[in-house]
Design a protein around this ligand. Structure first.
Ligand code: GDP
Length: 309
């Protein structure tokens, strides 16, 4: 069998870098990547030319503009426009250049704000979205629908995976624009170094979130690339969630901060809960390996080695 050539779009990001770690060590796969300077995925002509010349057989679309609750809630236009441009270009030209299989990465925030928990794939578009990330969610919904219609109308093997909140090496650790887990690792680390008495955590601490380490996600994505070809999006998660208060306590212990937590209720809580029902991917034989404590320890080690103040 000829080797497979996989284009990992977004290879410098949280998800793409985990996929490169995995596919880079697997035999039979040639990994193709492009930096943003080499290939602007928002540029239609450049993407058309790339697919025409490189002709990958497989594509994982992990390139996206992403951010935490504050970034999302204040930049709906940019999250909507940039993500739609990237995914329209990559999905359309992957189809035109006869890519055998494409996996599009969505997010658990595409589901309605008040849906029954755990969230089954079929709840998509059953009621209104969480307003703090509507721009991002709408772009992602359009991407997964485009894949679904390519499957149905043109018989393409283009699938979509919906992960829960992700974390791990190469995450964005910025204090304002990142997601909660990297933001808190950074904030507790600074507080410990500066011997501060308190650390501020946003919201009320009561929202529930499910966190999946990206190395586990990469394994799940590979399972789907090998075994899944249905046009219904499929969830990837750990099947268990924690409150933001519980998360903050684990990070506090991992970092070794001895002070107190302070809550900033002027910041939004976002959706109260988004626990994914993962029975469909579990039935394919995949489940995550890392506990949340192990994953946070691994991520904090990476942060200490790589982060420059
Ligand atoms: P979400 O899952 O889309 O809401 O994204 P986030 O990871 O940004 O936020 C998750 C929850 O963590 C929300 O309830 C936030 O209010 C809360 N949170 C607490 N502290 C922080 C923080 O420092 N940064 C972020 N981004 N969220 C925080």
């Amino acid at each position: 069998m000829a080797g497979k050539k996989i284009f990992i779009a977004g290879h410098r990001g949280l998800v793409g870098s985990a996929l490169c770690r995995l596919y880079g060590k697997m035999t039979g796969w040639e990994v193709v990547t492009r930096t943003r300077a080499e290939l602007d995925l928002q540029d239609t002509d450049a993407v058309r030319k790339f697919f025409g010349e490189e002709k990958p057989s497989h594509v994982i679309l992990a390139a996206a503009k992403v951010g935490g609750i504050h970034a999302n809630a204040t930049h709906h236009v940019e999250f909507l426009l940039e993500n739609m441009r990237i995914q329209n270009n990559v999905i359309e030209f992957a189809a035109r250049s006869d890519v055998e299989k494409l996996l599009f990465l969505g997010s658990s925030c595409i589901y309605p704000k008040h849906c029954p928990q755990p969230i089954k794939e079929e709840y998509l578009l059953s009621s209104a979205l969480e307003p703090t990330n509507e721009g991002y969610a709408l772009a992602k919904i359009t991407g997964l629908k485009l894949c679904q219609h390519y499957c149905r109308q043109y018989g393409k093997d283009f699938i979509s995976a919906m992960p829960s909140n992700l974390y791990g090496p190469n995450d964005n650790f910025d204090l304002e624009t990142s997601h909660v887990l990297p933001a808190l690792i950074h904030r507790f680390h600074l507080a410990k170094l500066n011997e501060q008495p308190t650390v501020t955590v946003w919201g009320t601490g009561s929202p529930l979130r499910e966190f999946l380490h990206v190395d586990d996600l990469a394994g799940g994505i590979h399972t789907l690339m090998e075994k899944y070809d249905e046009d219904l999006p499929i969830n990837i998660g750990v099947g268990k969630d924690v409150t933001i208060l519980e998360l903050a306590e684990i990070i506090k212990e991992t970092v070794g901060f001895g002070g107190e937590l302070e809550w900033d209720s002027s910041q939004p809580d976002g959706t109260p809960r988004k626990l994914l029902d993962t029975s469909r991917i579990n039935a394919l034989g995949w489940k995550p390996r890392m506990t949340l404590r192990e994953g946070i320890r691994n991520t904090y080690e990476w942060f200490k080695e790589h982060y420059q103040e």
